[in-house]
Design a protein around this ligand. Structure first.
Ligand SMILES: [Zn+2]
Length: 132
């Protein structure tokens, strides 16, 4: 497995385990914002309980994030900052990066004098009813 993934785990103070490497790799290569159940379905060698535990560890470390949609927990590797537009009708989550967040980050830094380390934005919408 990739050296970079190992370095990534270590840079987030996580011990390297095969489950962490496999699940992190899965999330980096699937931009589908899967549930734990979907990950277990695609990686059946890893028990659902282990998938849950591994995801929680990765969330705690800040390497991945949780997005709550219609009562389900969805997971996302958050290496490149982006924001999410969530269709509440279908549960679909879109990665979007067509907006410049620098003014927001600068304003937050000025207001707090903190070193800003991250942000998370979720925009919700519903499918339009087609009239034709
Ligand atoms: Zn995303």
């Amino acid at each position: 497995m990739d050296k970079d993934l190992k370095a990534l785990l270590q840079s987030h103070q996580l011990k390297i385990t095969s489950h962490r490497l496999v699940i992190l790799d899965y999330l980096m290569t699937h931009e589908t914002h899967p549930t734990a159940e979907k990950i277990h379905e695609d990686l059946p060698d890893i028990s659902l309980a282990t998938v849950y535990n591994t995801l929680e560890k990765l969330v705690e470390s800040g390497l991945i994030i949780v997005i709550n949609v219609n009562g389900t927990r969805r997971y996302d590797y958050y290496g490149e900052p982006h924001y999410h537009v969530i269709n509440k009708t279908t549960g679909e989550i879109f990665n979007v990066d067509n907006f410049d967040f620098r003014p927001l980050i600068n304003a937050a830094r000025e207001a707090s004098d903190l070193r800003i380390t991250g942000f998370k934005v979720e925009v919700f919408g519903e499918s339009k009813i087609k009239e034709d």
